[in-house]
Design a protein around this ligand. Structure first.
Ligand code: ATP
Length: 485
């Protein structure tokens, strides 16, 4: 019998056969997006039973209303395959499963076409790779411990993973992923709100990678006028327009290194298509140039909105996203990792106070409480600015950052017990504006200090770290003369 006949004699494979596979997750969706095959391997990874998922769609399973706190997979790759026919190959993803497992998976998806050319099914095959990633990370750590890059800073960077601060699991996960992707030469997309550390991460990835001896070149796509961005990226050729000279673009400046495209979602969509072409062909052409040049740098890009929202809002081309986000790293907002706030603040104090000649090292507990209730719209950048300002306001010998060292807007919106204007102050009724309250607060502090020092103006002035004359003026201003004794 011929081989073909042999094969015909076999019974067709059934879904049951696939579902018995244990060391690989095999999932199939029908044309409606419902799960019709869910192997033992899926059950193991997701901690869900087959009968809990059959007939449901992945979107239904990961319903945000029902499971608000889980880290979601990137928008379901398999659903995307079903809708668009796009094939994902060995794509890394991290998420918390509805069943409560933490999953690092390597996933491939394929469309299965019917006779009419339409997609009848989408096949998704994935496996757990946490142990494997752990191993790589360990290996990477040993390697990076050996070679502290002395060239960093000369390559245009200031940051390595060593100064990415925060022990929260969310940030540690991002660092962990960053270290793994650093060892590849694939494009990386970092996304997170403003000030969450996207550039810090991009530089850290560069310094942890084989590209680190070469330049790290950053460009903020929103800061350069659209008309100039193309020539900035790709360079110009003499004669391409009046006055044009031969000038290298950033793709060439970053040769063998990393090109960091910050705020990519602000780049004009037309230019995004040109960038896509470069990524697809690995070649680019200077403005006005004839010959194509090879693109020899790794691209890290950053956006400040959720990728699929950026795509929906037409801020980011979907095809460019898939090219750029071979690996994507999400940076959590500071408010969602509150356990990192004090640690990061004290790290900034430790690095800045000695330079500014101050002895301050810690946050007072009232300041911690204020920080705890603040919403941190500017994320770590905002924290850094607040700490810089507070160090300036702290007295030379003070050990703690206190509420009165903080900017007024923080006190206004987040009142901790020590920071709140003390109740029962003369002249306060709860109706006052900020400056009246601040005056009342200042008066109360002065009065308390005078009482504590037995109304000794010199000692009180010393304690408040203001001059005697200044204190006398304030005593007068707040009508505290009686207290002067
Ligand atoms: N995890 C961190 N540890 C220490 N410093 C950090 C961390 N994250 C951010 N920073 C600091 O916060 C500031 C802002 O970081 P960065 O510029 O990387 O943010 P970004 O997300 O790129 O902001 P933007 O969206 O405005 O471009 C920098 O001063 C940086 O040093």
């Amino acid at each position: 019998m011929s081989m073909e006949k042999d094969l015909k004699a076999l019974r067709p494979l059934s879904i049951g056969d696939l579902e018995r596979i244990t060391d690989m997750a095999v999932m199939i969706l029908d044309a409606e997006g419902r799960i019709i095959c869910y192997s033992k391997g899926c059950e193991k990874i997701e901690a869900l039973r087959r009968d809990e998922v059959i007939g449901k769609s992945p979107e239904e399973l990961y319903n945000p209303q029902q499971f608000p706190n889980i880290i979601r997979p990137k928008r379901s790759m398999v659903l995307d395959t079903l809708k668009t026919g796009k094939i994902y190959q060995e794509t890394l993803d991290y998420y918390t499963t509805v069943g409560g497992n933490e999953a690092n998976i390597l996933c491939s998806t394929y469309p299965i076409y019917g006779k009419n050319g339409k997609i009848d099914y989408a096949l998704c095959i994935y496996r757990e790779v946490s142990d494997y990633l752990e191993m790589i990370a360990e290996g990477n750590k040993k390697q990076s411990d050996r070679q502290i890059p002395s060239h960093y800073q000369q390559n245009g960077t200031q940051h390595t993973f060593d100064n990415v601060i925060g022990s929260s699991p969310m940030l540690q996960k991002a660092i962990y992923r960053g270290k793994i992707v650093a060892k590849t030469d694939a494009p990386v997309l970092i996304w997170g709100e403003t000030g969450t550390g996207k550039e810090v991460f991009a530089q850290s990835i560069h310094n942890y990678s084989a590209f680190s001896p070469y330049p790290f070149v950053a460009v903020n796509c929103s800061a350069i006028p659209e008309a100039l961005l193309e020539s900035t990226l790709f360079g110009t050729c003499k004669g391409s327009y009046t006055g044009a000279v031969n000038r290298k673009g950033l793709f060439e400046e970053a040769e063998n290194g990393t090109l960091f495209l910050d705020e990519l979602n602000s780049m004009a969509v037309g230019l995004q298509s040109k960038l896509l072409r470069v990524l697809e062909t690995g070649r680019f052409r200077s403005v006005g140039g004839q010959e194509e040049k090879p693109c020899k740098c790794r691209i890290i890009s950053a956006i400040n909105e959720e990728p699929f929202i950026a795509i929906e809002n037409s801020h980011l081309r979907a095809d460019l996203y898939y090219r750029l986000a071979v690996f994507s790293i999400e940076l959590p907002p500071l408010a969602s990792r509150r356990e990192d706030i004090a640690e990061t603040a004290e790290y900034f104090i430790g690095s800045m106070a000695p330079v500014l000649g101050k002895k301050v090292t810690r946050l007072s507990s009232a300041v911690k409480q204020i920080f705890e209730s603040h919403s941190w719209p500017g994320n770590v950048r905002e924290l850094r600015h607040i700490i810089t300002q507070a160090i300036y306001f702290a007295g030379k010998d003070e050990a703690f950052i206190k509420p009165h060292h903080l900017p007024e807007y923080l006190l206004r919106t987040n009142t901790a017990p020590e920071a709140a204007p003390p109740s029962g102050l003369p002249g306060t009724s709860g109706e006052e504006g900020l400056s009246q309250l601040m005056n009342a607060y200042e008066a109360k502090i002065i009065q308390d200090t005078l009482e504590k020092t037995g109304h000794n103006v010199s000692r009180a002035a010393k304690q408040l770290q203001i001059s005697r004359t200044n204190l006398h003026n304030k005593i007068k201003k707040y009508n505290l003369e009686k207290a002067e004794g």
